[in-house]
Design a protein around this ligand. Structure first.
Ligand SMILES: Nc1ncnc2c1ncn2[C@@H]1O[C@H](COP(=O)(O)OP(=O)(O)O)[C@@H](O)[C@H]1O
Ligand SMILES: [Mg+2]
Length: 293
């Protein structure tokens, strides 16, 4: 990364230094694949995410009165009243993601995978650190919001516009989205009439109508049938082909191994390991009590 274009006044130039060995040592000590690395798409620098948890006030402090809803809501915003505790869900995660990389994120329940992904997608504030992303990010997952009382059709239009497509582009993509989601005639029914699988397939189809630069998937692959998983894989490959970056949170080590060449392993909010998929998955599996997949 450190090219000569950085205008720094003071440095005495040392052109004879063997940068290649220096950089690999700092980056990933033992081995580095011969594959050419793309340009960085995302730089994550010491990111911390904290949830504030409100509540658990002691009973009896104002026992004469049952506080009104208004008062209880109001109290929540006040630091003086009530107790606020904190969940430090992501603790100092740093890495650089590059063009054409697909990166799996693994770890136990509660390790902070979803939280990290949401923070990277810009959907959650982080309390320390920085995230630099090049281009548009799209998070697909169980939480991506569509409006359940509206029909699939309306959600396709609104979702497409939210992605930055023009109305004409949405129209042009409409049939493709319906076809990709496989919901057929259900598209004209409100989404709350859908099965959860149908809803998540439509969500996925809408979110990938415009190929994002950085695609993030949280468990989405596990909700579909085999046919849909195949389509999802194609989308991931499409993103990679267009020199984008894919992040994939999955409980299935088989999925991670088949889709990702690099894996981040999180535990208790910390990045335990970052390296080639097979090595990291193997190391993670050794820490599991049974041999679950
Ligand atoms: N909305 C929330 N409010 C408070 N704590 C949360 C919230 N969401 C997640 N957490 C906590 O943050 C930690 C990380 O959660 P999460 O990112 O969902 O983990 P994972 O996706 O790896 O299972 C857990 O301790 C969880 O209890
Ligand atoms: Mg999760």
């Amino acid at each position: 990364m450190a090219e000569t274009e950085e205008p720094r006044g003071e440095e005495p130039k040392e052109p004879e230094v063997d940068f290649s060995s220096d950089l690999t040592a700092a980056d990933r000590p033992p081995k580095r694949k011969p594959k050419r690395l793309g340009r960085p798409t995302m730089v994550v620098d010491d990111v911390h995410v904290r949830y504030r948890v409100f509540g658990a006030r002691r009973m009896g402090t104002s026992s004469q009165f049952k506080p009104s809803l208004y008062k209880r809501l109001f109290d929540r915003t006040s630091k003086a009243v009530g107790s606020v505790s904190e969940v430090h869900a992501v603790r100092g995660v740093s890495f650089v993601a590059r063009q054409g990389e697909s990166i799996g994120i693994i770890g136990r329940n509660g390790a902070g995978k979803s939280t990290l992904l949401r923070a990277l997608a810009g959907l959650m504030p982080y309390s320390e650190g920085a995230v630099y992303a090049k281009g548009q990010t799209a998070l697909l997952g169980v939480n991506a919001a569509l409006l359940p009382r509206l029909t699939g059709e309306r959600n396709i239009v609104l979702g497409g516009l939210a992605l930055g497509l023009t109305p004409a582009q949405v129209q042009a993509k409409f049939d493709e989205i319906v076809e990709f989601s496989g919901i057929g005639e259900f598209v004209s029914l409100p989404m709350n009439a859908y099965s959860s699988g149908m809803a998540s397939r439509l969500r996925f189809a809408i979110s990938t109508a415009k190929i994002p630069d950085i695609l993030m998937i949280d468990e989405a692959l596990s909700t579909g049938d085999a046919e849909f998983q195949r389509k999802s894989r194609d989308k991931i490959l499409e993103v990679k082909d267009q020199a984008g970056t894919v992040f994939l949170v999955s409980h299935s080590s088989a999925t991670v191994l088949s889709m990702c060449e690099r894996v981040l392993w999180l535990d208790a909010g910390r990045l335990v390991m970052d390296g080639p998929a097979a090595e990291v998955v193997a190391a993670y599996k050794q820490t599991l009590p049974g041999n679950r997949r």
